[in-house]
Design a protein around this ligand. Sequence first.
Ligand SMILES: *Cc1c(COP(=O)(O)O)cnc(C)c1O
Length: 416
Amino acid sequence: MPENKTVPKHQSMDQFESLDNDLLVNGLSVQRVKQIAGQTPFYVYDRQVIRQNILLLRDNLPDAIKLHYAVKANPMPQLVSYIQSQVDGLDVASGKELSIAINSGMTANDISFAGPGKSENELSMAIAAGITINVESFNELKRIKSLTEKCDYPAKVALRVNPDFELKSSGMKMGGGAQQFGIDAELIPDAIKIIRDYEFDLQGLHIFTGSQNLNVDHIMSAHENIFKLADQISQQNGIAFKHLNIGGGLGIPYFPGEKEIDDEGIRQIGDALDMLIERYHQSFADTEIIMELGRYLVGNAGLYVCEVTDIKESRGKTFVIVNGGLHHHLAASGNFGQVIRKNYPVAVANKINQPVDKAVQIVGPLCTPLDILANQYELPKIEMGDLIAIYQSGAYGYTASPRDFLSHLQPVEVLV
Ligand SMILES: *Cc1c(COP(=O)(O)O)cnc(C)c1O
């Protein structure tokens, strides 16, 4: 291997700078963040990167588009509070997320609550708080009705529509065909009749088609279909909706070959939205158009950092064992919805500008061969105590991991 070969850098690693051999997060070396965290493993989230992500959207989307943050991507309360001041609303998916959203200071008017099978307690919380419930079924409408009969507050609802089209090339499809999400588009007129009968305050529609999409054309065509469907529903039922939530779905690159949706891509999406707003002006002149995004706001702002605790050779392969793994970062291990395991971008945070030594296996301490953080990954020469950083870990990292599995030390989270 040539002496000066540098570690192959992925586009998704450009958001963090370096100084000498140190990877920096919002100006602090990862070594220093380790001191602040008080331990490894930890997650660290960079405020500046989050801010840049939001500014990129603000600069390139029409002013008419309201930006909401989907809290489930990363519900760390301090991070939600930080984002709260820069977005127009928050979307939650459980009672606990609802509390975090309310406590962040976001006005109830700008919080919505989606998700199948909301509990009675969660529905009561939402009604009392005055947030919008994105209704997922006819049964849920009935349950909300019986809860409002016991209190004086009106229920604010929106209808989550399961459309008759899907978002092509999504990492996760959440609309089209048979779904546990939303009410099938053809049944929406029935749902609207019930809502009128119940005298609920109907806020609007929620049409979320899928997640983790990097294809700008497919996103634009989904938006076109969403406007068309919402316009039909509006016309057929004679309703001017207060808001139309068109979902989000903007993905971020995790794996080699994946290309980020850059400012140019966002501008294209924005221009197309401008045209749709113009085309459907009659139906939506006074309608707030909402995009709800999770990972696009926070995914690239987070690193998961763990420490090398053993190094061993086995039949021609080098195994670097770290004190974190699948239990802290299920997605990076390849076990969160991936069909074929691929490596997240990885670096040695305290040797960030050192040349490649060789390809290694980075594995965690769990007693399962699934506990892999990097497979045959070219990195500088690794020693005990080195800090391994996994990029693109700001969304669906800490929150989407089985942290009790094998009862190891829990990671901590730091927002810098
Ligand atoms: C999960 C989810 C999102 C966020 O998805 P990302 O891929 O993180 O942007 C938005 N809306 C709804 C309804 C969701 O369930």
